[in-house]
Design a protein around this ligand. Structure first.
Ligand code: TXA
Ligand code: MG
Length: 333
């Protein structure tokens, strides 16, 4: 069922359910999360089961902001390296996840058995209200991957979540997500900042705060963590997705002519088709707006029965890195 996240009653009900080991989907500024008590390995096992996610893929733990959140961080993590503390100060609450060294004896299931743990303090007021209510119930953090089945498109509305999991799941509605793609992930456990997943907070913003260059996972010798956001094929719609420049798109539409009926197109350029039944949506020229719409557009195309989704390759500039990354992985599926 979907509950209004602005109702204190709903928040309380959700916190009680979470305290008892249940699952609750909740809004964040990036995408909706599927939450469970991060300190309970059995509650967290419920997330893996519901998502169909391999149990060695670690989850992100969400914590409250302010003093309570700082306490929660020290529950889950060993003292942060100085550059990680700077990132916390600059970007929390916000769309940034930090991978840090895990505190002994807590969050093993959430961390997928690794000795590091992902922490994030979301900026969404409904998420913060829920995290505060959970704290009051003695739950210091919520393990929460995106509330979609493994490998599929992340949800940016409460209705998307219900579509993924059905009506039995409690979904707290906080409206459509403003950022629209998942948080930027920076691994802070390897001595220097390593970018594991691009997102709303850009590489340049991270470098400005850390005062050092952000590394690529391959640059440091340790093995790659099993970050599912870093799998080559991910975020997949049902339809086959292809990325093309505007010219190739127009050529494709011209060649297919009236047979192009089952194709859905998302492009910044204006394209024409001889088929009235080609679905065309305009991609915003602005990367932030495009990220906001991306997953909802893919779901809308799927729901409309598209067999093929053709998308104009986004610009090569730094602010488009997150959108380019998601589209590349969706196209690889
Ligand atoms: O914006 C977001 O981050 C959303 C919202 C709900 O907060 N959450 C999200 O969770 O995207 P999920 O599970 O779909 O993606 C989490 C990513 C995965 O790629 C996971 O492997 C990686 O974070 N991750 C988590 N803990 C990790 C760890 N200890 N080491 C390496 N990667 C980790
Ligand atoms: Mg995900």
């Amino acid at each position: 069922m979907i509950l209004d996240g602005h109702s204190p009653d709903a928040i309380h009900q959700a916190a009680v359910l979470l305290r008892g080991g249940g699952l609750v989907a909740f809004p964040t500024e990036t995408v909706y999360g599927l939450g469970a008590d991060a300190t309970s390995d059995t509650a967290v096992a419920g997330i893996f089961a519901a998502k169909g996610r391999p149990s060695d893929h670690p989850l992100i733990v969400h914590v409250a902001s302010g003093v309570a959140g700082a306490e929660a961080v020290s529950r889950f993590a060993q003292p942060l390296p100085p550059f990680a503390a700077l990132l916390v100060k600059a970007f929390w609450p916000g769309p940034l996840t930090l991978i840090v060294t895990r505190q002994h004896g807590v969050g093993a299931a959430a961390a997928g058995g690794q000795d590091t743990i992902g922490l994030r303090c979301p900026a969404h007021p409904v998420a913060q209200a829920l995290l505060a209510a959970c704290m009051a119930q003695g739950v210091p953090g919520l393990a929460g991957p995106s509330a979609n089945r493994f490998g599929r498109v992340s949800p940016t509305t409460a209705a998307h979540v219900q579509h993924e999991f059905g009506d039995d799941l409690m979904v707290i509605d906080g409206g459509p997500c403003h950022v629209g793609i998942e948080s930027t992930i920076v691994d802070c456990s390897r001595g220097a900042p390593v970018l594991l997943r691009p997102g709303g907070i850009t590489r340049a913003q991270i470098e400005a705060v850390c005062g050092e260059r952000v590394r690529e996972p391959a640059e440091l010798a340790q093995p790659d963590p099993r970050a599912s956001g870093t799998l080559e094929a991910h975020y997949a719609p049902n339809a086959k997705l292809r990325l093309m420049d505007a010219r190739a798109l127009q050529t494709g539409l011209d060649v297919l002519g009236a047979d192009a009926a089952h194709i859905a197109v998302w492009s910044r350029s204006l394209l024409t088709s001889r088929s009235q039944r080609v679905r065309q949506r305009r991609m915003p020229d602005d990367a932030v707006a495009a990220a906001q719409q991306l997953f909802a557009v893919l779901r809308e195309f799927d729901a409309g029965g598209a067999k093929l989704i053709w998308i104009e390759t986004p610009p090569d500039s730094p602010e488009w890195e997150g959108v380019r990354d998601r589209l590349r992985r969706a196209a690889a599926a």
